[in-house]
Design a protein around this ligand. Structure first.
Ligand SMILES: [Mn+2]
Length: 219
């Protein structure tokens, strides 16, 4: 593998923090950047994040927030979005929508036996066949063995605690104060929009680079 593979957790409109993180990483022409989804909403500058992503030729994975906006755009049905998404919805321009429409669910680096995804995977079924509703949203596995949100299934095990690789999975979506490392996974959403930090995991060495949020943008 030439260069580094740089994964960055949920940015959620924190464009200033993303710019600072990218400056610290100083990506070269052989480096690749994978943004783990949820680039938009919550923070102050979703469009700025999308512009930075394009300027750095980053691969951006689909998050549940992008999925919500895309579903609303296709259907006009407000059941798909939250009131707070409308601000982003109205600001996005055609180039932004084109970028969102092109977001893949996963990114795979076979040389590292590593897969990148927004939320995670349901253990026990082939990861390549899992739909957007699962891989962008899973946090825990409920009593019926189905993917669920942490808040909806108290005490249910984290999918990452049940995940036996290979592959190694790098994901975001479940915000925590620190990154969550397991033998076969690393969760790197460190809640930037909520006043935490924005985290990059640099492969192959698995080095962590972080910048602190400038403020708490979202409760
Ligand atoms: Mn998410």
């Amino acid at each position: 593998m030439r260069g580094r593979l740089i994964a960055i957790g949920d940015i959620h409109g924190c464009a200033a923090e993303l710019a600072e993180l990218l400056a610290a990483l100083a990506p070269g022409r052989d480096d690749r950047i994978v943004l783990l989804g949820d680039l938009v909403n919550r923070g102050p500058d979703s469009r700025g994040v999308l512009e930075l992503a394009r300027a750095h030729n980053a691969t951006a994975l689909l998050g549940n927030h992008e999925l919500r906006l895309l579903k609303y755009r296709r259907t006009g049905d407000k059941k798909y979005i939250k009131e707070t998404d409308l601000d982003t919805f109205e600001k996005l321009r055609p180039a932004d929508w084109k970028f969102l429409e092109a977001m893949p669910l996963t990114f795979e680096e076979p040389e590292l036996d590593t897969v990148f995804v927004h939320g995670g995977f349901l253990p026990g079924t082939p990861w390549r066949r899992q739909p957007a509703e699962v891989v962008t949203r899973i946090q825990v596995v409920d009593k019926e063995g189905l993917p669920a949100k942490r808040a909806d299934a108290p005490g249910a095990p984290l999918w990452a605690d049940l995940w036996d690789g290979p592959p190694f999975v790098v994901y975001g979506h479940t915000p925590r104060p620190e990154i969550y490392k397991r033998k076969w996974s690393a969760g790197i959403d460190t809640a930037c929009a909520m006043g935490g930090s924005l985290t990059a995991l640099v492969l192959p060495e698995r080095r962590v680079v972080q910048v602190k949020a400038r403020k708490k943008y979202y409760p």
